[in-house]
Design a protein around this ligand. Sequence first.
Ligand code: HEM
Length: 494
Amino acid sequence: MLANIQALAQLCSSQQFLGTVFTAILVVLLGAIFPRVFRDKNSCDSNGLFTANKRFSWEPSYFARFRWITNAQKILQDADSKAQGKPYLLARGDTDLLVLPPALIPELNRLGADVLNSREYHAHSMLGALTGMGVVRKTSFHVRVLLSYISPALPAIFALTGERVSAAVAQEFPRAYEWTVMKPQKAVVRCVIFQVTFAMRCVPACLHPLLVWLLPARWGLVRGWRKLTSYVVPRVLQLKEEFSRTPDRKVSPDVISWMVEAGRTEMERDPEVLTRLVGSVAAGSTYSIANFCCRTIMDLISHPDVLAAVRAEIREKHAQVRGRWDMATLASMEKLESAMKETARLAPGSLLVYSRVVKKDHVLSNGLELKKGQFVTMSGAMRTLDPDIFEEPREYRGLRFCAEDRIEEHRARPFGSLDTDILAFGAGRWACPGRLISGIAAKILLVKLLDEYDFGFVGNKPLERHCMHEFLFFHPENKMLVRRREDSCGVVFV
Ligand code: HEM
């Protein structure tokens, strides 16, 4: 608990932290006086299911919220072991969720968006109204563009992606061959949307409109949206004009052009809507990839044998392709992929996966009733830490997917594919639409970094995995030792 409060303190600036502490005290006092005010309208009470993270029936919901902020992992672990593969309810403080077992995924995947809606859940959990990401409630246009335009174009933009990642690494990472202390996450991405979400999820929604203005990150976010609008809106107007003059013009491979080309309705071509969608996708994607790569490197530093095996694989491939890496070369990196999957398995971005809002009443084949307005989710650990699927599931074994009995399955399910044992990208129709992009971008970044740099822990002290609410993240203030490697191969992506 203390460690988590320290994490919160580090995550926010001192003003933000004082603001959050002040707010927490205010909320405790208000909640003690008016407990009913802090009950969420989404609370559900399906008969017969136990509720995790609720001490007694009339406990004010902010107590559950407070425990969830700092202790989500333990709460879920205890609830999963009590539930023994059965559904249960989870009091999260902001809402109650029905936690379903992953065994139901195939049945849930068959339900349409008129029954289960993922975007409404994301807008709620990312505090869309405060962060500007609420637009995803109205449209799934960005998902269509990611799946139908950007993912199929990956082979065409592979070399450009490699070039841009390489240039960014060269600019942000130290040139020295001596150990230098740096904050790798900050070098890759700094994301105010997540700072606002993490901080404001600590307080009840009724206080958001007022308290959000105490957060410096919120002011940064407003400035960021303004800057993005000033770039995207004129560009969209210009592209619309060009398209109306020459409808069959060749589209340049960038997300705004693809969106203007793919837009069918007024809303899908509205410059303000497109600004919000571009910003939401850009923030979510850079944060997720940077977070994931930092956590993968952290695991590799702690397991030098796995790191050595991955580096040997990089050297071997480099010699095979004579230094010119294409998509097929990346796809054949079995050891690197195994290490990536192992990190994704043990440290997913979110402890809760397959989260949806129920749009209409539905009865599942096991008789469980899903009620309109209810939130459903899954605890990823029910699958990723299942000893029937993973031997010694709590142990990090970076090369476990390359073992003889797993290698065929490993080749058939590369990192960017949907894997219902790891659930890194969720499952079903509304699984992460950026998974193919992530698979390639993360591998490019990791190959580049592992080839060109050595990494170490400051004072040989391994870094902690931070968790706040249901989010596991690499803390932006985390420091690592970094130095250039003298014997790097000099990978080039073509
Ligand atoms: C390592 C990186 C990433 C991880 C681990 C990740 C993971 C996830 C997960 C678990 C979900 C929820 C899926 C579900 O509910 O079934 C999701 C949703 C989503 N992801 Fe990713 N993601 C990553 C990168 C990206 C990238 C690069 C993009 C865009 C380029 C992206 C765009 C999205 C979007 C738009 C959604 C919401 C889909 C919906 O409307 O329901 N993600 N992601």
